[in-house]
Write a new protein. Structure first.
Length: 350
């Protein structure tokens, strides 16, 4: 039996940051993730994708963000059960929970934080006849290593942030980038849309709208795509076709835990620091839903911070916690040592 203070289900960015915030409160964390390594989607799906909305980082690759979060939290010595899926949960007489994985590993904690992101996920595939015949032969649904596309012709289809961001990124990698969207308007961030427009004017991105990829051509691998524009078909030679239509999320076994589910997400009370309908079980990050919810990594960080405060009160009933700022007090490690804040920082505050 693995025992801990906070059992975190999901080792993506939100779960990893919760380790740090819990550590500041002297709370120990253990994380369960079905993937073989920490990082969630940032590691498994798009480790080389640039992220632009992490405070203090104008741009950071998803894989680098994961490594930084692991480095930030390792001083608090979290435990990991990787490559196993949280399967069942049982509440004990003392109020704690026992979570058992699909491989039989048991974990016990007074607080459970579900940080499963989108849950188990599959790419939304376009309805193109025979597309499965070209998967891994020129058709990819995720970009793990941009170097695969070095000096290659790439067609990206989609109208969201992923399609825009990867088109921008690959403009300096591929020999030719074509972005195709069925509408003239895009759903992504305005600055990304403007950047695509700038790169189009420079001849670094081909933009075809409103259009769709409706067919694939090739014998042993992809050689061209069929592009339909207002009923007219054209053949566009390419080496890679990357349809980025988002993910189809599934909660998996967690959906059977008696939690209140809404729109395939776990409903939480944000006035109770993102607690679910079961006291002691919280949901943070993309896996939860509440009024005005935003599915952003930085929002997950905020939710993780408040969840840890609530966890502290559950684990230490009646004990008053006094908020300390790390810029002043430094970070107390589990080994009893203290990492002091730089003197220049302390002096500026004084």
């Amino acid at each position: 039996m693995i025992k801990t203070d906070i059992l975190i289900i999901g080792a993506g960015p939100t779960g990893l940051f919760a380790v740090f915030e819990a550590g500041l409160l002297k709370l120990k964390c253990h994380l369960i993730d079905a993937l073989p390594q920490p990082g969630g989607q940032c590691s498994e799906i798009y480790p080389k994708k640039p992220i632009y909305d992490i405070p203090g980082f104008p741009e950071i690759l998803a894989g680098d963000l994961t490594r930084n979060l692991l480095e930030q939290g390792k001083q608090f010595e979290p435990g990991f059960t990787l490559g196993e899926r949280a399967e069942t949960i049982e509440k004990q007489d003392d109020g704690s929970f026992i979570v058992t994985t699909n491989k039989g590993t048991k974990h016990q904690a007074p607080v459970v934080a579900i940080a499963g992101g989108l849950g188990s996920f599959e790419p939304r595939k376009p309805a193109i006849d025979g597309i499965e015949n070209y998967e891994d032969k020129g058709v990819e649904y995720f970009i793990k290593d941009p170097e695969i596309y070095r000096n290659k012709r790439v067609v990206i289809s989609g109208g969201g942030d992923s399609a825009l961001d990867w088109s921008i990124f690959l403009a300096d990698v591929a020999s030719e980038v074509t972005l195709i969207h069925r509408r003239n308007e895009f759903r992504g961030a305005l600055d990304s849309v403007e950047k695509v427009g700038e790169l189009r004017a420079l001849g670094k991105i081909n933009l075809i709208t409103p259009s769709e990829v409706t067919g694939l051509i090739g014998k042993d691998k992809l050689e061209a795509v069929v592009v339909t524009t207002e009923g007219d078909e054209t053949i566009l030679e390419t080496d890679h076709f990357i349809p980025l239509f988002g993910l189809s999320p599934k909660l998996g076994p967690i959906a059977d835990w008696g939690l209140e589910i809404e729109k395939n997400a776990i409903k939480v009370d944000n006035s109770l620091n993102y607690q679910t309908n079961i006291p002691g079980i919280f949901a943070i990050g993309d896996v939860n839903i509440y009024p005005e919810k935003l599915k952003l990594i930085l929002c997950g960080f905020h939710e993780a911070t408040l969840m840890c405060q609530a966890a502290y009160r559950i684990i230490n009933p009646g004990k008053r916690y006094v908020l300390k700022y790390t810029t002043v007090s430094g970070i107390d490690g589990f080994d009893g040592t203290r990492k002091e804040a730089p003197k220049a920082v302390v002096q500026s505050i004084q």
